[in-house]
Design a protein around this ligand. Structure first.
Ligand code: B16
Ligand code: MG
Length: 216
């Protein structure tokens, strides 16, 4: 088989927490009377917590100290985590789980490459704690997507060279990160609509066909 590992982004690929990100950031923005809508929220996909705050503060009249910014980010995260407690195994679709199982059955290593520092908590909520061969997330990186660090670390955790990895991403910044890591990218959602992947797919189940087509 040509490919040896598939590295999945979490939010927007394995499960959907973007509405919770939106509601938590909206609450923080409202408290500062900063205009914030779903279009701005879309720009936060795959972007780290502090960088997300900087994007929101583009429309803030005034200046904030580093400590104040850290407090706002912490406030957002507390609200976000409260929403995450509502998640359960029902938030893992059959399509995603069956695709993961089918890929594993074919002998592929499966990893997570997410910007989120809440990755472990979310995987636990949806019943995938301990499922992946490796997890690279916001707690082991210093640079956010589109920097390739998170995917390069994931590949090194499963001991697979980048050229044998496929990244699955919903964010354009994440697709760029995958390419910069020297990997092929299967884009879904926003990234697929933007044509940012080597394969721009409508449904994650198409991954099985992609790896089968590439078998040699
Ligand atoms: P946290 P992904 C990303 O997850 C989200 O898309 C992005 O909106 C969020 O700001 C980022 O994680 C950091 O999340 O605040 O939980 O550390 O798409 O890379 O799985
Ligand atoms: Mg994502």
């Amino acid at each position: 088989m040509k490919y040896k590992a598939i590295i999945f982004d979490l939010d927007g690929v394995i499960c959907y927490t973007d509405e919770y990100h939106y509601l938590a950031w909206k609450s923080v923005a409202d408290s500062l009377s900063i205009p914030f809508d779903r279009e701005i929220n879309n720009r936060l996909r795959g972007v780290s917590r502090m960088e997300s705050l900087e994007i929101i503060l583009e429309k803030f009249n005034g200046t904030l100290s580093t400590v104040e910014k850290e407090e706002l980010a912490a406030q957002k995260n507390e609200l976000y985590k409260q929403y995450l407690t509502k998640m359960s195994t029902k938030d893992l679709s059959d399509e995603v789980k069956n695709t993961l199982d089918a890929l594993r059955k074919k002998g592929l290593l499966l990893a997570i490459g997410s910007s989120s520092k809440n990755t472990g908590f979310i995987l636990n909520q949806i019943g995938l704690n301990g499922y992946f061969d490796a997890v690279s997330d916001g707690s082991n990186i210093t640079r956010s997507k589109p920097d390739p660090e998170v995917f390069l670390k994931a590949a090194s955790f499963v001991s697979v060279e980048p050229e044998y990895c496929i990244v699955v991403e919903d964010a354009v910044s994440g697709a760029e990160a995958g390419h910069r890591a020297g990997m092929k990218v299967a884009a879904v959602g926003d990234a697929s609509n933007a044509g940012a992947g080597d394969w721009n797919i409508k449904n994650i189940t198409e991954l099985v066909r992609i790896v089968e087509d590439e078998e040699s």
